[in-house]
Design a protein around this ligand. Structure first.
Ligand SMILES: Nc1nc2c(ncn2[C@@H]2O[C@H](COP(=O)(O)OP(=O)(O)OP(=O)(O)O)[C@@H](O)[C@H]2O)c(=O)[nH]1
Length: 370
């Protein structure tokens, strides 16, 4: 399907594409490729792009929102005494505390764009166990139809063990986010991806590849522990593969990008049919629980007040709301994230080491006028 087709009078919501993948899999190159594909449509459909990698030195596309404008990554490493990986994770955690502002900006542009694309750091653990990954995916998915594009370095996945390890990561992200999921076998100009599709559709083929791979049998010809483990895992993953769409692309040549967008459109339907009703059910349940908790604490408060007033009628007279004092205590030390193309960007850096436990420990340290 032509991606620009969605720019009709009854404008559909844009689809958010969250690219996730191991370091070097080609996420940024892929984002640039889909960006240029969308620009080349008739009429051009430029996407809204977010760069969430604080450590990247060069991005091949022009990001509308760039985490590097907000969080000073080298400073975070220094202040928290962290290495590169911990620094990226902490920088993203800091940024996540302002993600409501990011979403506000994205929502403002929702009428004008068909796609919102997120490029993420190669630290895949962000999406398997860190809080910020879950906050980002949940926040985006509660506002827009969302799909995860899991980018795989195909030439580096030809060994059955590496393939399996990559699939396990993908599996844990799928079950954590529960979002429509596309496996994007990248770099097909170097290594076609058909072998991977065969392994996914027929686990016996995968087991045969595993058996013929060196190092899978011990000196007595018995399968090694790893071999047996992977054999069993391939049966488990068989179920997981049924929930996936897989496409082969070359971010270098542009091959397969149209098929990728076909998969994105199919994922939009999946989001609307499966994810959205589940999200609304969870929201309604949360609302109900919250309301019940509020009523319960209000009842208890009223009871306590009645007892207090009965015991201390003089104190009760002084217990009155004074409109004159309203708003005096408000602490509005806001740090704003803004669209790069619009005006002002404020950079957050932590206050001296040891004093920071949340974003309140951050102070605006640099103002850039774009
Ligand atoms: N041949 C070929 N090379 C590619 C392709 N896509 C990306 N590359 C190369 O793979 C390398 C890594 O690409 P990046 O886009 O930086 O990968 P990344 O996943 O964003 O990396 P991190 O930011 O470290 O997570 C670069 O040298 C790219 O030129 C492709 O489709 N074909």
């Amino acid at each position: 399907m032509d991606p620009s087709a969605s720019s009709s009078s009854s404008k559909k919501k844009p689809v958010a594409i969250i690219t996730i993948g191991m370091a070097g899999a080609g996420k940024s190159t892929f984002v640039q490729r889909i960006n240029s594909y969308l620009h080349s449509q008739d009429p051009p459909a430029p996407p809204y792009i977010l760069n969430l990698d604080p450590a990247v030195t060069h991005v091949p596309f022009e990001a509308n929102i760039d985490i590097r404008d907000t969080v000073n990554y080298p400073e975070v490493m220094k202040q928290y005494n962290l290495g590169p990986n911990g620094g990226i994770l902490t920088a993203l955690n800091l940024f996540t505390t302002k993600f409501d502002q990011v979403l506000g900006l994205v929502e403002k542009r929702a009428e004008e764009v068909d796609y919102v694309i997120l490029d993420t750091p190669g630290q895949i653990e962000i999406f398997t166990w860190s809080a910020s990954g879950a906050i980002i995916t949940d926040a985006v998915a509660s506002s827009l139809p969302t799909v995860v594009a899991y980018i795989i370095d195909t030439p580096r996945t030809t060994a059955p063990a590496t393939f399996m390890s990559n699939m396990l990561y993908a599996c844990s992200i799928l079950y954590k986010t529960k979002l429509p999921f596309i496996l994007v076998f990248n770099k097909t100009d170097v290594q076609p991806h058909e072998f991977a599709l065969e392994w996914m559709h027929d686990f016996e083929l995968f087991q045969a590849a595993l058996a013929s791979h060196s190092g899978t049998h011990d000196s007595e010809g018995e399968p090694t522990y790893m071999n047996s483990l992977m054999n069993s895992m391939s049966l488990v993953l068989d179920e997981f593969y049924k929930h996936l769409k897989a496409v082969g692309v070359s971010s270098m040549t542009g091959d397969g990008i149209k098929e990728f967008f076909d998969a994105v459109e199919a994922s939009r339907e999946e989001y609307e049919k499966e994810y959205l009703p589940e999200l609304e059910r969870a929201r309604a349940q949360r609302e109900k629980t919250l309301q019940a908790a509020k009523e319960d604490s209000m009842n208890r408060l009223m009871k306590d007040l009645e007892i207090d007033r009965a015991k201390n009628p003089h104190g009760a007279l002084a217990d009155r709301w004074d409109p004159e004092n309203e708003g005096e205590d408000e602490d509005d030390g806001n740090i704003n994230i803004v669209d790069r193309s619009k005006s002002l960007v404020i950079v957050m850096t932590p206050t001296p080491a040891g004093q920071v436990s949340s974003v309140k420990g951050c102070v605006p340290s640099l103002i850039i006028v774009c």
